[in-house]
Structure formats: C-alpha cells, structure tokens
Design a binder for this molecule. Structure first.
Ligand code: ZN
Length: 134
C-alpha cells in the first residue's frame, strides 16, 4: 500500500464540550466540523493541524466501542489513521495477504465521507489502525 500521510489521530474523550477548550484555547486549533457517525455510535469533532487532523471521539451511548475503550483504558489516543493513495480496498487486500487481521473486510463510510477500514490491533503491534481515502 502507499501511505501519503497521517490523515488523523483519533482521541477518545468523555465529552467533546469539555475537551474542546484545551484544543482551541491552549493548542490554538480550530474545530471546523462536528458530526455524529450513527453506525459507530460516536460524535466526532475535527481540528486541523497541518495535513493531519485531530478527531475527538465521544461515545453517544454506553454500547459504543468508544465508551468501552474509555472504561477499560481511560481517555486518550484511540487510533491512528493513514491516508492511502492506492485505495482502501487494495490496501486491505494487501494487508490480509500479509497475515494482518482485519476488522473491516471491505471499506465503509466514516466521518467526513471518507472510505475507511480498520486493522485489528492484535496484528498491528497494539495500535488500532485505520486506513482511509477521499
Ligand atoms: Zn478515525
């Protein structure tokens, strides 16, 4: 696969409202989009930081994987998302061929209408990894 850059870092927070002043008032970043992704049961807030974005993830219910993550590990970095130039479907097939366990067998729509797919942290050295393309 061909990765161009880190598209975003996903950070689990209990409350976007409470986390936002840190990113805006201390780091000086600007929140340019807040969006609920229903099928992932998360509310997301995006901040631009050069070519990379910070994606805050707030659970919308207790069954959300983000709620479970926070319960287990506390708030903090949840995943790293790489932009792939040659397509998520292609990257997934390549990763699977190299023995990587996939969470998503096929690309799906994530926040900001990107095609996304996740690789399982069990086979990515402990880091939940997202691949995405425009
Ligand atoms: Zn993400």
């Amino acid at each position: 696969m061909k990765i161009s850059h880190i598209e975003h870092l996903g950070i689990a927070v209990k409350s976007i409202e409470e986390a936002r002043p840190y990113y805006e008032n201390v780091l000086g970043l600007t929140c340019y989009n807040i969006e609920v992704v229903e099928d992932q049961k998360v509310k997301t807030a995006f901040f631009k930081c050069g070519d990379t974005k910070i994606e805050l993830l707030e659970p919308t219910c207790e069954e959300s994987t983000i709620a479970k993550f926070i319960e287990k590990k506390g708030m903090g970095i949840h995943h790293i998302a790489f932009a792939v130039e040659d397509g998520v479907a292609h990257a997934l097939a390549e990763a699977e061929g190299k023995g990587i366990q996939l969470i998503d067998k096929a690309p799906r729509k994530g926040a900001e209408s990107l095609n996304i797919a996740f690789l399982h942290p069990k086979s990515t050295q402990g880091v939940l990894t997202e691949l995405c393309e425009k």
